[in-house]
Design a protein around this ligand. Structure first.
Ligand code: GLU
Length: 304
């Protein structure tokens, strides 16, 4: 991939049309201070570039997402003074688009079926580590999928392939081989303004569709960023490494590459990422305790 191509595309878009941004929360719990920072930076980038901010509800996980959390997202963003455009894109209404993308990858022979569960992979990794053989891990720290045959016997694999729903995974090595060179992306977070070389192999064979959900975060986010013509993805640094897979999928599917700005995270006192289950950093509970939008900006160190 020629890095100039990315620069040329993004600067042309900037000159001719308003730059498009998106804030893309999942309605699986209440928004917290980290979401507030992300939404505020998105709004600020849209305003300072004369751009537009879209809101996308990432609710593919129908087992965990709830309408009341979606309502709360609208309330919290409104209270913070974040304007967004309507209609809001709800991912659960677009499973067909993700299925199409999956079928295109399958037609390239890049999709494999797998039956081992996450728990089985974790347990195999723990057994190996206990025996003194550390297991490779992805950038998020999860053990890499070693292939079903490394964990289960042939008969069990055959039985599950026949009787049970399967996860669909990307054959990441074959995908990268198909492209030749690893893709790059234009990063403006961390104070950078530079091209980053993607490292998709570090993720192993990632899940594109789960047993119970016909897509995955990795797949649906690239389909939607393209369908919504997003020019600049502004999100937390916890998703920095996932960009390697996003860029790989974009190249395979012939989708444009947005610019990326991965912003700092808000951490708790122990230095951990905020969790949706901790009420003390939730926007609604802070509001109920009397905090104002200005207080929220101050707590997260957001200066206009
Ligand atoms: N839905 C993701 C989240 O709530 C964000 C996805 C993204 O910005 O790419 O963490």
């Amino acid at each position: 991939m020629n890095p100039d191509a990315i620069n040329r595309t993004s600067s042309e878009t900037q000159m001719s049309q308003p730059r498009l941004f998106r804030f893309a929360p999942s309605p699986n719990g209440p928004l917290h201070l980290g979401h507030a920072l992300s939404a505020l930076i998105n709004r600020k980038r849209a305003d300072e570039t004369g751009g537009r901010l879209l809101l996308r509800i990432e609710d593919i996980d129908t087992t965990r997402c709830r309408p009341e959390h979606e309502e709360a997202i609208f309330r919290d963003l409104d209270w913070l003074g974040i304007g967004w455009e309507t209609p809001v894109r709800r991912q659960s209404e677009h499973f067909d688009a993700y299925r199409n993308a999956l079928m295109r990858l399958d037609a390239m022979n890049l999709v494999t079926r797998s039956v081992a569960s996450r728990r089985e992979i974790r347990e195999a990794a723990a057994r190996a580590a206990a025996a003194g053989n550390p297991w490779p891990r992805d950038p998020d720290g999860a053990p890499l999928f070693p292939g079903d045959a490394a964990i289960l016997d042939d008969a069990e694999i055959r039985r599950r392939l026949q009787d049970e729903p399967q996860a669909l995974r990307l054959d990441t090595k074959a995908a990268l081989a198909r492209l030749g060179d690893a893709p790059r992306w234009h990063e403006t977070g961390f104070g950078y303004d530079q091209e980053i070389l993607a490292d998709p192999l570090g993720w192993g064979d990632v899940v594109l569709a789960r047993k119970e959900i016909p897509t995955s975060y990795l797949l649906s986010v690239v389909v939607d960023d393209a369908l919504q013509d997003i020019d600049e993805v502004v999100r937390g640094r916890d998703l920095y490494h996932a960009t390697s897979i996003h860029r790989l999928l974009q190249e395979l599917l012939g989708l444009p590459a947005p610019d990326y700005r991965h912003h700092r995270l808000i951490l708790d006192e122990e230095g951990r990422k905020l969790s949706k289950s901790i009420a003390s950093t939730g926007l609604a509970s802070l509001r109920e305790a009397g905090a104002t939008p200005a207080d929220i900006r101050e707590i997260i160190g957001f200066e206009n």
